[in-house]
Design a binder for this molecule. Structure first.
Ligand SMILES: NC(=O)c1ccc[n+]([C@@H]2O[C@H](COP(=O)([O-])OP(=O)(O)OC[C@H]3O[C@@H](n4cnc5c(N)ncnc54)[C@H](OP(=O)(O)O)[C@@H]3O)[C@@H](O)[C@H]2O)c1
Length: 252
């Protein structure tokens, strides 16, 4: 699918358990070599080690590779202009880059208007330090408020076979040409018709869960988290699995 000026593979990588070890630096390079183009991190992940590992592995970030990060997590006050500004500066340093391709507001601060938080991010976008802006853990009303401040290119919410609260957000994003990035995409890959369908496709239940998400909406870009290159390759390969209408509905 198209994201900004990049033709991006529809399975990305989540890195919220990534610690800074030589093995993990090599893992991030191997992930890109295996075809991952959307690497998802955040200021808060592993106390900053996730961003640092990605920076160490990829600097300079190769063309066609999107490193997405987030800030403003942690509750009251975390979405204030000065707090977000400091987090963006830290992310730029940790990722060893002059410009972050996709930057999300991680959570809406309960005490700071979303307009103020997005205004802070927009300032960095206007200076070329951020290319595209996203919002995370939001409903449609919050997305629309955010869009009145700055164009929104991606929405990241909890969504999977077993978590469907964001159904309307998924459809809204598809209609508005916004990428929908489901987090925890592999939750709920236990039972029901899943194992049988997986067996029929000579695939794993995790692969079928990802194939279902991709089929659910053209806007969908899941970011399964893994520290295993074998799992990562399986996840990338899930984009080739085509479910039948009956399989899709049975899983729905
Ligand atoms: N925006 C937010 O508020 C928010 C919140 C939470 C998470 N996130 C993002 O979403 C990403 C995904 O979430 P997550 O990693 O917590 O959950 P997840 O992707 O639903 O599941 C990750 C789990 O599945 C396993 N796994 C991955 N691929 C597999 C495969 N092919 N076969 C079998 N097991 C597999 C992983 O273990 P192995 O390491 O053994 O593969 C890990 O235990 C995070 O990394 C983070 O970037 C965002």
């Amino acid at each position: 699918m198209k994201f900004g000026d990049i033709d991006v593979a529809r399975i990305g990588l989540g890195t919220n358990r990534l610690t800074k070890t030589p093995g993990n630096v090599a893992f991030i390079r191997a992930a890109v070599a295996a075809g991952v183009q959307m690497i998802d991190t955040a200021h808060l992940y592993t106390g900053g080690q996730s961003e640092e590992t990605i920076g160490a592995a990829l600097s300079p970030i190769p063309d066609g590779c999107i490193v997405a990060t987030k800030g403003g997590f942690g509750g009251a006050g975390r979405g204030r202009t000065e707090v977000l500004g400091a987090e963006i500066e830290q992310s730029l340093r940790a990722l060893r880059t002059d410009s972050i391709y996709l930057y999300y507001l991680h959570r809406v601060d309960p005490q700071t208007p979303i307009e103020e938080s997005l205004g802070a991010i927009k300032e960095y976008r206007d200076r070329g330090k951020i290319r595209h802006v996203g919002v995370s853990n939001v409903d449609i009303d919050q997305i629309e408020r955010a869009r009145r401040v700055v164009p929104i290119a991606a929405v990241q919410n909890h969504y999977s076979l077993s978590e469907r609260e964001s159904e309307e957000v998924v459809d809204y994003c598809a209609g508005e040409d916004i990428a929908f990035v489901p987090y925890f995409p592999l939750r709920g890959t236990g039972g029901g018709p899943l194992p049988g369908i997986a067996e029929r496709h000579h695939a794993t239940p995790q692969q079928i869960a990802l194939a279902w998400l991709l089929r659910r909406s053209p806007a969908m870009l899941p970011i399964p988290g893994t520290l295993s290159l074998e799992h990562l390759k399986e996840n990338v390969a899930a984009s080739k699995i085509e479910l039948t209408d009956a399989e899709f509905e049975a899983l729905r």
